[in-house]
Design a protein around this ligand. Structure first.
Ligand SMILES: [Zn+2]
Length: 448
């Protein structure tokens, strides 16, 4: 049931760890799911592997949450040049950066946000994993232009402790006149509220633009809550919104990787993989067929990982609490959650995030805890390939896969050389990570 020392596997009900090199694998965490915790009985074990996925598709991987952009295109207009363009026409157009289209002087309080419209960046209904754009229709009742920073605040109907979270900020000059101006503010899928010390993800569900703050550079800001169009829905999708808490030493010690932590995660979850399906279930390691997935885990599972990287996970190996529990506490503190990170599946109390990954150099192998939706990935040796196979191995536990050693090799021995059972032994490794069909059959995303 286990392959110690040389393989990615170890034994145990849920949490296992691998030994490194030739040292015997040792279990470091014997925690079991609490009774009734809904764990996938007997699943989710612990192999070692840091999870990774696509970091910040559509956003900068390391800090994708505060991006905002300006778009001066008017509805029906043809301005696709990007950036706000000064427009000298009398009816208050938006401008930013360039010469003001009108003399400045009005206060933010003279502005009225009349309506908002929320879309994804392509102009369609927002889906989970998308950045969203809030288009503000603004009128300036003053006699002069106002250069103002607009910040829509979002509240979630599905997620708790998700009230008035800033989407991002766009600064624009709004000129007076009878014609409204339009200001676009884009942000997500990850959001931050620095003032509150909280971080969020735009998970699927209903939201409202609860308010828009308007702050002039030379005057006190104001808040507008009276406008139409504030309700919107983020439709579910195959996107997974995953916070990654990492000890910088994890990356400092890996050999052969020069990218960012976010790039590392994306690479791990999108590097080529294969699924091996034996011709006969009586001989799991006999003749069979390989199906290739050029974009690896994500393509194989039909998901899109979006990672939000947080530097600073620094648990030591001699801490008394379990590794998963330690990561859960770290997540609650870092994300600013008022209640514990616990349970499984998409929950209302996780600020919109799905499952959690922690990366540490201080543990041999890794561990996954299905009853917490937490996986920690650590080291076996120091090479890039081994650490990335650990990462996807641990996430596979959270997707429902147990180890595959027990499937057997058809001749009385353990099955080996697939990701969930000593995957580094396969002849195709490290060019591809090879999964056994019996593992895949038990895996599915449990988050919406
Ligand atoms: Zn495992």
């Amino acid at each position: 049931m286990l392959a110690r020392g040389r393989s990615l596997l170890s034994l145990g009900v849920y949490v296992l760890v691998f030994g490194c090199g030739d040292s015997p694998g040792h279990r470091v965490d014997t925690a079991h799911p609490p009774a009734g915790a809904g764990g996938a009985g007997g699943r989710g074990g612990a192999g070692g592997a840091p999870g990774g996925g696509e970091a910040g598709q559509g956003g900068s991987p390391n800090d994708p949450d505060v991006g905002s952009k300006v778009d001066a295109a008017m509805p029906g207009g043809t301005d696709a040049s990007g950036g706000l363009q000064p427009d000298a026409s009398p009816g208050g157009d938006v401008s930013d950066g360039g010469p003001a289209a009108c003399p400045l002087g009005a206060e933010a309080a003279m502005l009225d946000v009349e309506a908002v419209a929320v879309t994804n960046e392509a102009g369609g209904p927002p889906g989970k994993g998308d950045a969203v754009t809030v288009r503000l229709r603004v009128r300036n009742a003053g006699a002069a232009g106002a250069k103002v920073s607009f910040t829509p605040l979002l509240s979630s109907a599905r997620f708790s402790d998700f009230e008035a979270v800033p989407l991002g900020t766009t600064t624009a000059t709004v000129c007076p006149g009878n014609e409204a101006s339009f200001v676009d503010v884009t942000g997500g899928p990850f959001l931050s509220d620095p003032a509150a010390g909280k971080h969020y993800a735009l998970g699927s569900g209903d939201y409202t633009v609860a308010a828009v703050t308007l702050a002039a550079t030379d005057a006190a800001g104001s808040m507008d809550r009276d406008f139409t169009g504030g309700r919107f829905t983020v439709e579910t999708s195959n996107a997974l919104l995953v916070p990654v808490f990492y000890d910088p030493q994890y990356f400092a010690r890996i050999e052969g990787f020069r990218g960012t932590p976010a790039e590392y995660m994306t690479q791990a979850f999108t590097r080529p993989g294969e699924i091996f399906t034996p011709a006969s279930s009586a001989d799991p390691d006999g003749e069979g067929t390989y199906r290739t997935f050029a974009r690896g885990f994500d393509q194989m599972m039909g998901v899109r990982h979006h990672f939000r990287l947080f530097e600073g996970f620094a648990r030591r190996a001699d801490d008394l609490a379990g590794w998963c529990e330690s990561a859960a506490v770290h997540a609650r503190e870092t994300l600013g959650m008022p209640t514990a990170w616990t349970g499984s599946g998409t929950r209302r109390d996780r600020h919109g995030f799905d499952y959690l990954i922690a990366l540490t150099p201080n543990m041999g192998g890794g561990v996954a805890c299905g009853w917490l939706d937490v996986q920690l990935s650590s080291f076996i040796n120091r090479d890039l390939d081994r650490q990335q196979i650990i990462a996807v191995h641990e996430s596979a536990h959270l997707f429902g896969s147990p180890h595959c050693d027990d499937v057997g090799n058809g001749s009385g021995g353990n099955l080996q050389s697939y990701v969930m059972c000593a995957g580094e032994k396969h002849a195709h490794y490290p060019q591809t990570f090879v999964w056994h069909s019996t593992s895949i059959a038990q895996m599915k995303s449990r988050w919406d």
